[in-house]
Design a protein around this ligand. Structure first.
Ligand SMILES: Cc1cc2nc3c(=O)[nH]c(=O)nc-3n(C[C@H](O)[C@H](O)[C@H](O)COP(=O)(O)O)c2cc1C
Ligand code: SF4
Length: 399
């Protein structure tokens, strides 16, 4: 696999030092963050696309109701195995993230601030931090490399020294998070964009970092690019005959047939028409020589293994669905009724877990059945269109 490459946009700075950063973006102005973020209509880049202004307001309200100073957390966990944008951002433009964190902390009157990320990134971040004089000191915290570690309640638990597991949605972390305080958790890209919005930059709310995964002449390629919202996906990825489908969003995302994906725009409204979402900003172009069912079975096997096994849907449902998918992904007739069983089980999972992990996993499965339906029929007849079994999507542990 090639190393992630950043080609242009948000991270297009000559270097990652504070001097480079100030030369590229200038000093941070004194702004009324609440009003600015509202006007900019900035949405979160950690997956759910929640309006950042509403989050800021709700944490401020919880702080004033409880009389406890809030905590702000920069979420750099990047638990999504197909994504690389947060790591690239933290390496190439750490000061934009620290600026955003300082802005959010000041706007909320926070008592403490954290940046949580892969342990390998922490020494570089510590060097960047040492050059700064932020009013609220930032503590760096290592995050386990696990799909759920970046879920906000799991992250707050880890910052409190507990196991990094999601907990029930109530009370939400914006009311009771780290140290029982109202806690603002924002993705590191959201914070970087906050810093640009504050400076009045066009790159603020109007674009997003995308991790592209594709194959070029049989060689795997992954890069991170800053793409204007509204751009046609056909202009972001080369979606010719060599590509059969695009995984949009990541492993909590959706498969869309390549021809249809080409005309979708990189924005929530357009993607929603295809039942898709921007998610963690992953666009993976599945080559025509792979089996989409096999790729989905590998990913769902990983997602089932990653669940914390605390709630019914993850304890019983996901492992069963993963095992059934593994059978359906083989070019042999599956046990009779298995496909109907998976559909039925999938219908039972949504809304029943403490977090949205099972909901997203079954949405991925449903999209695979829609896009790779003809392949399902071929498998029943003992055939498969794949010309290679070489894995395309990265699955930690190499399933
Ligand atoms: C299963 C699961 C995993 C998640 N993993 C991450 C992650 O690795 N990084 C991240 O920023 N957000 C992740 N999130 C979203 C966070 O819970 C939270 O919504 C986000 O950090 C908020 O930031 P934003 O408003 O800037 O998007 C995950 C959510 C779920 C349900
Ligand atoms: S729904 Fe699944 S992943 Fe989410 S908290 Fe419950 S067991 Fe864990």
């Amino acid at each position: 696999m090639t190393a992630p490459v950043l080609t242009r946009g948000l991270l297009d700075v000559p270097g990652s030092s504070l001097a480079d950063h100030l030369a590229a973006h200038g000093p941070m102005p004194d702004v009324d963050l609440h009003a600015l973020v509202d006007r900019a209509a900035l949405t979160g880049r950690g997956g759910a696309g929640f309006p950042t202004a509403a989050k800021l307001r709700s944490v401020a309200a919880a702080a004033s109701a409880t009389g406890r100073a809030p905590v702000v957390v920069a979420n750099g966990a990047e638990g999504e195995p197909a994504a690389a944008k947060d790591a690239v951002l933290l390496v190439l433009a750490p000061h934009l993230v620290f600026d955003g964190l300082a802005l959010a902390a000041a706007a909320l009157g926070a008592s403490s601030a954290y940046l949580a990320a892969d342990p390998a990134l922490l020494p570089g971040l510590a060097r960047s931090l040492a050059d700064r004089g932020d009013r609220v000191g930032v503590r760096l915290h290592p995050v386990a490399s696990a799909f759920l570690a970046g879920e906000e309640s799991a992250l707050c638990a880890a910052l409190d020294g507990k196991a990094p597991l999601p907990r029930t949605k109530f009370p939400p972390v914006r009311e009771r998070g780290v140290d029982g305080r109202p806690t603002l958790v924002l993705n590191v890209e959201t914070l970087a964009r906050l810093a640009l919005v504050a400076r009045g930059s066009d790159l603020g709310a109007a674009s997003m970092l995308v991790t592209r995964r594709m194959e070029i002449a049989g060689t795997s390629w992954v890069d991170v690019v800053d793409i204007a919202l509204g751009t046609r996906l056909g202009d972001v990825l080369r979606l010719d005959d060599g590509v059969q489908a695009v995984l949009i969003g990541g492993y909590a995302g959706t498969w869309v047939e390549a021809g249809r994906a080409a005309d979708l725009a990189l924005d929530r409204g357009s993607l929603a028409q295809a039942g898709a979402d921007l998610g963690a900003g992953v666009l993976a172009a599945l080559p025509a020589d792979r089996c989409g069912l096999r790729e989905t079975a590998r990913v769902v096997g990983y997602l089932a293994a990653q669940s914390a096994g605390q709630c019914g849907p993850c304890l019983n449902g996901l492992p069963r669905i993963a095992a059934a998918l593994d059978l359906l992904a083989r070019p042999t007739p599956p046990p009779s009724g298995l496909l109907a069983d998976v559909r039925r089980w999938s219908g039972l999972l949504p809304g029943r877990g403490a977090c949205s992990h099972p909901d997203a996993s079954v949405r991925l499965v449903a999209s695979a059945f829609g896009v790779f339906g003809p392949e399902l029929a071929l498998h029943r007849a003992g055939r498969c269109t794949a010309r290679t079994g070489r894995p395309f999507l990265p699955v930690p542990g190499g399933a």
